[in-house]
Design a protein around this ligand. Sequence first.
Ligand SMILES: Nc1ncnc2c1ncn2[C@@H]1O[C@H](COP(=O)(O)OP(=O)(O)OP(=O)(O)O)[C@@H](O)[C@H]1O
Ligand SMILES: [Mg+2]
Length: 427
Amino acid sequence: MAVKKKMKWQDYFPGCFKPDSPNPNQKKLVSKQSSFQRISLSDLSSSTLSEDLSISLAGSNLHVFTLQELKVITQNFSSSNFLGEGGFGPVHKGFIDDKLRPGLKAQPVAVKLLDLDGTQGHREWLTEVIFLGQLRHAHLVKLIGYCCEEEHRLLVYEYMPRGSLENQLFRRFSVSLPWSTRMKIAVGAAKGLAFLHEAEKPVIYRDFKASNILLDSDYTAKLSDFGLAKDGPEGDDTHVSTRVMGTQGYAAPEYIMTGHLTAASDVYSFGVVLLELLTGRKSVDKSRPHREQNLVEWARPILKNPRKLSRVMDPRLEGQYSEQGAQKAAALAYQCLSHRPKLRPTMSEVIKILEPLKDLDDIQIGTFVFAVSTDSDSQKEFSRDSERPKKESGHYHHRHKLHEGHKNRAKSPKSPLSFTETALQKD
Ligand SMILES: Nc1ncnc2c1ncn2[C@@H]1O[C@H](COP(=O)(O)OP(=O)(O)OP(=O)(O)O)[C@@H](O)[C@H]1O
Ligand SMILES: [Mg+2]
């Protein structure tokens, strides 16, 4: 039987309470314990969130960093290391050298800093630490550690060289992603979701969208951002009831209407991202004609009609896609976007359908050339030239409120700069 040792909140987050007097013997790694059982947020009462986390955070293997260390790693959060900004706060690139911690290899990292004036706070930070600290998978971004000093809350992740799918797919001057890469990304992200849904204690991700899918140098997709994640229903329950949160354009209609959250809500959001990959259009785009602004409303009726499908396919693909593959992916998106959650496939079924598609080779041979600069080149350009957007710059994108009267995570200011693989341009 799994026996959990009673431990105090301070034992797991020592940095929050001892910023000025570091104990030289303090363990910097929240180490694996012999009897691992994932703890869930529901195990924590609201008082434990701020006071005493008397539950084991076993198996986390997270490193505890000091604010000073993270300042050094990111060159004092310099604008030249700025990667982007979401609802939590700004994200900076940093570099850990092999002398910082025994057992922690030299590597680039992404450091997310809580914006103390923002709408998110300790709860979102803790949710991320609890979920991502305990879940490890090839298609989830790795949380390396955290910092919790006084009111400061930071998260340290593995660095994902190609940034988010949102940047890769929608930045105006970026090189178009080829068909097979799009399918690879869809499969990778599907595997991340399937892992969460099929875990011993299932997790509903709740915020599946292009900006939360990060890409490795070889376009391996990894899910990031667990601030909205929820433990799935247990026992005979069919759903969990929650405040309606998420992002407009991605959230499932029944979830918006009732607040009932199931794994099928994530499947709907997956369908929206799949549609974005097929069409190259954003789930909501206010700059388009009125009837085309909501991607699902515009494209869904066409998805089942193979003869009309080319009308909605991304023109930037220049016809360089497998017709068979596109038809199967479109039919799958149609199913995922069903208004009846029970008719949506499970994520394992999605993987089974999608996985073979990237290898279909009925692609017209054209003159299109996909030019990719090296990682280091593109990253150099990005790091050197990007700047932290000013709050007054008017480049804020706000996450839409889904439900009046409910606190929602605000979507955040984004960099006003367009990052491309070969060039960097102002919007
Ligand atoms: N691990 C990482 N490696 C590289 N870049 C990252 C990493 N994590 C985040 N980023 C960059 O930082 C940006 C902001 O990420 P963040 O998740 O905070 O916000 P978002 O997803 O854009 O918005 P939201 O708050 O709605 O989730 C991303 O667009 C991405 O480009
Ligand atoms: Mg995000």
